[in-house]
Design a protein around this ligand. Sequence first.
Ligand code: NAP
Length: 279
Amino acid sequence: MTELPRIPLAGVIGHPIAHSRSPALHGFWLKRYGIKGHYIPMDVAPQDLRQALEILPKLGFVGVNVTIPHKEAVLQIADVVTDRAALIGAANTLIFRKDGRIHADNTDGAGFIANLRQNAPNWNPTAGPAAVFGAGGAARAIVAALIEVGVAEIRIANRTKPRAQALRADFGSKLHIYDWVHAPNMLEGAATVINSTSLGMSGKSEFRVPLDGLESHSLVTDLVYNPLKTGFLLEAEARGCTIVDGLGMLLHQAAPGFERWFGQRPEVDEATRQAVLAA
Ligand code: NAP
């Protein structure tokens, strides 16, 4: 009897997971490209992570996205870790290879850059320093990506300073640490200004660092995409800056995983954005 090909399954593992927009995004692409496959949100508690990653490939999964709180822990379980995931210390995309090995990558930084290139085509990352608010997991991916595209000076301020200092220890002398209270000083001459804190997210505190020093030539972007136009972006826009919201990063970071799992490079366009916003 000829064996029917298995329908590829992928998904996202996190805890909690109900808020994730990834199922709507991948579901839209699967439908758009007529691919017989499924993308499933899975709530996996930390103590079940290892077991889940053993079982999923046997059930027909070709890979998963990984979100909070598993992004760091999966590195200990994966068999092959890309250099950038190792440097960042976290993975967001796993590929379950046919030989049984788990391959871990981090596509957040590439998604960040692709979003800016798509939505601000005149952006020149090497025109001046980058100023980064925040030093969490997302900031690590962004710093790695900024270094990769040739940014010579990255200024960084975080409420909890040791976290910013840890980034400098890992990424080197291109990083310049500012005290959180002096964060506005980072803005002078910055080509790129990034909010990578969770401030401004719906339900969280507002971003209150004074932005009087923002210069109109700066490209300003926020990783928070709920709301789409955060207070941070509104103020930057009022000061004449080019602004890019964070939704495009979410869309672009997802594309490499979709391509590896389902064999089709998905296009990130307005219809994709609208499908995710409508979900
Ligand atoms: P994380 O590791 O938990 O880091 C959170 C960051 O926010 C830290 O720098 C933290 O500072 C700062 N922060 C939180 N509350 C603060 C407050 N009241 N005052 C000052 N700073 C505060 O989270 P993450 O993974 O880096 O994510 C950060 C944000 O980026 C989240 O909103 C996340 O949704 C978003 N994100 C978006 C994308 C995308 O595709 N657009 C991708 C990844 C992440 P401390 O160190 O002092 O706590």
